[in-house]
Design a protein around this ligand. Structure first.
Ligand code: COA
Length: 158
């Protein structure tokens, strides 16, 4: 199981996502972080913008690759040769949603496992939409996102 897939919407990537990504990159030989086209939600950033920010902030990790995906996450895992899907768990409220996704993904692809990493405690209440909301209301988001992402959010708001 040398390759893991870390899928998400990343609208935009935050320090909480990077926490999971960095830790996954220490466990697996290769981690593919894949931004969903996200037909299930309306995004603030385009897919290209989300990918570009991911490449900027995750580019220094030697065993991490960034790519887009559309369709089923298990198909994406197969395409990149990943036997593991990595997801972060922040709070108990994540559990039901993640449990449902992991269960359905196992039904679709029994050979692909979902592995959960517990988010570091400072990120338990972090989410992309909360960061965007804080920025929109003039709050300081520098502790939540890398500088390049902070700049992109502020530019988006202008
Ligand atoms: N740190 C900070 N925030 C985190 C986080 C972490 N470690 N983990 C999740 N989040 C936040 C995100 O910022 C996002 O916040 P927002 O809603 O405020 O913007 C929220 O949690 C959801 O995160 P995300 O990981 O992007 O999940 P998602 O529900 O948007 O998408 C997919 C998950 C893309 C993996 C899922 O929809 C999918 O697999 N889609 C493909 C279609 C498919 O296969 N469907 C069948 C699945 S059974």
């Amino acid at each position: 199981m040398a390759t893991a897939l870390y899928p998400g919407t990343f609208d935009p990537v935050t320090n909480g996502h990077l926490d999971i990504l960095q830790r996954a990159s220490r466990v697996f030989e290769r981690v593919v972080v894949s931004a969903s086209e996200a037909s299930h939600k309306t995004c603030a950033f385009s897919l290209e913008e989300r990918l570009s920010l991911l490449r900027t902030v995750a580019g220094q990790l030697p065993n991490v690759e960034v790519m887009p995906f559309k369709g089923l996450v298990v198909e994406c895992a197969r395409q990149v040769g990943a036997g593991i899907i990595v997801r972060g768990l922040r709070q108990t409220t994540d559990f039901d949603y993640e449990f449902a996704m992991a269960t359905m993904n196992t039904r679709l692809a029994p050979d692909i496992e979902t592995l959960f990493l517990v988010a570091s405690s400072q990120y338990h209440y972090l989410s992309s939409s909360l960061v965007r909301e804080i920025a929109a209301l003039g709050g300081d988001i520098s502790q939540f996102v890398p500088p390049e992402v902070e700049d992109a959010i502020i530019s988006k708001l202008k």
